[in-house]
Design a protein. Structure first.
Length: 433
């Protein structure tokens, strides 16, 4: 079967400190949960009072504005207080602290099943909105908002299930997909119906995980949408929407198809959609890859939303040495955290604790004109030139337009120059000019 990739740049990315594909370990239920209400960019307003008892899955925060989402409690308990903190990016975060009390409504009980085929697209979107389903990556965009914009598209759409694992820190999403194939497939069909414009569903799967692709296609045989499997390369950043679209356009051309615009979703959000619609269950937990050289026993864990990151690390045997940096998400694109009390949120797919030797970069040298940065840039930028222009105060912000921050240039630079940071800054200035 032919493999489709983006045409230029990129590089293989591996990390031996990431956990392997072994079985997923259930994290302990936290005695104290910190359930995020949002940050400076999006917010939910508490609908419960301090001291009030809440049930597992109960609405505790209501999204008020555009892009905001509802928040449910992942545990039963008593609301102790509202907490807030500023993260390393300067965003103000708010959360409700809940002490575990009472019995679980769902854990260990038989789940109810709703047959959703008779529901309209609007009914499905309402359920998705009520249960606060978000993209479960990046900034956690509201899925209901994404569905509304998809409906406004003039042409037909192709829904793409992205199972592209070019980054070893996406291993938790691989495990989630492997363990919840039916939920991912049904979630795709539900979103397709809610969008009302979807013509077909493509499962885009890394070539090295073809077996997973075959399982998805076999499960999807009963859907009312035409489905196909497209194998992609595993060169980083193949999973980025831009690079995935380029690979899919090559497939479209080769097969003589007209796929229209793409709606791309990872397995975590699709599985969450299935649980919300079929089991009336909000997002209570997240598969998280926990590793990095500073973690004693790296593993994939199923963690309740709101569990403190320090507790998750304790359950991996703690630190093997003092971490120099802890990142939520991939080390290439993730967010550094300041406190071990920060909670696991809906978008947290990895926790990486790095040692001093992992984060220390070689001393910066002058550019040696090796051309490596240019050759790996998937967008076709010339990081060397942009960096030199910036240093020489020759302002040309436009030359950085298109950079999507993959970091390939920074990884390969033998002179350890801060290419990524410089170019992202220029890109930002160009966008806001
Ligand atoms: S970070 Fe930007 S400039 Fe560097 S390789 Fe990626 S897209 Fe190109
Ligand atoms: S990779 Fe680094 S040293 Fe090589 S050309 Fe680019 S900036 Fe210069």
């Amino acid at each position: 079967m032919k493999v489709y990739s983006f045409p230029r740049g990129g590089l293989p990315y591996d990390d031996s400190t990431a956990p392997g594909k072994e079985a997923v370990v259930n994290a302990y239920l936290p005695t104290i949960s910190i359930i995020p209400l949002g940050d400076s960019l999006k917010k939910a307003y508490p609908v419960v009072s301090i001291g009030e008892c809440v049930k597992e899955g109960m609405l505790i925060g209501r999204g008020a504005g555009s892009g905001d989402v509802n928040i449910q409690s992942s545990v039963p308990g008593r609301v102790l207080k509202k907490v807030s903190w500023k993260d390393k990016d300067g965003l103000n975060n708010e959360a409700l602290m809940i002490k575990l009390e009472g019995s679980f409504e769902r854990l260990g009980r038989r789940e109810e099943i709703l047959h959703w085929n008779g529901l309209s697209g609007y009914d499905l979107q309402k359920i998705i909105s009520d249960y606060g389903i978000v993209e479960m990556e990046n900034f956690g965009r509201s899925l209901s908002e994404m569905i509304s914009s998809a409906r406004r598209e003039k042409d037909k759409l192709t829904l793409v299930v992205r199972c592209v694992f070019d980054d070893p820190w996406l291993i938790a999403d691989y495990a989630l997909c492997r363990d919840n194939i039916r939920a991912v497939v049904d979630g795709a069909a539900i979103v397709a119906k809610a969008c009302m414009k979807v013509n077909q569903i493509i499962f885009a799967v890394s070539r090295k995980e073809k077996e997973l692709g075959d399982m998805l296609i076999s499960e999807a045989g009963s859907l009312e949408y035409p489905v196909s499997l497209v194998l992609t390369g595993s060169r980083y950043p193949q999973h980025n929407n831009r690079e995935l679209e380029l690979a899919l356009r090559a497939y479209e051309k080769k097969e003589g198809l007209n796929l229209g615009n793409f709606l791309i979703f990872g397995p975590a959000v699709l599985s969450a959609v299935h649980d919300a619609v079929v089991h009336k269950k909000p997002i209570l937990d997240r598969y998280v890859a926990v590793g990095g050289a500073a973690i004693k026993n790296p593993q994939i864990m199923k963690v309740r939303i709101g569990t403190r990151i320090g507790e998750v690390i304790d359950q991996c045997g703690g630190f093997s040495e003092a971490p120099a940096k802890i990142v939520v998400g991939s080390p290439l694109s993730g967010r550094e955290i300041s406190y071990l009390n920060e909670p696991v949120g809906k978008t947290c797919y990895a926790i990486v604790a790095m040692t001093k030797s992992q984060v220390s970069t070689p001393k910066q040298q002058n550019c040696i004109n090796c051309g490596e940065c240019r050759s790996v840039c998937p967008v076709g930028l010339d990081p060397q030139i942009i960096y030199k222009q910036t240093r020489a105060m020759e302002i040309d912000n436009a030359s950085a337009v298109g950079c999507h921050g993959c970091g390939c240039c920074k990884i390969v630079c033998p002179s350890a120059l801060p290419l990524l940071e410089t170019i992202l800054e220029k890109n930002q200035e160009a966008v806001s000019a």
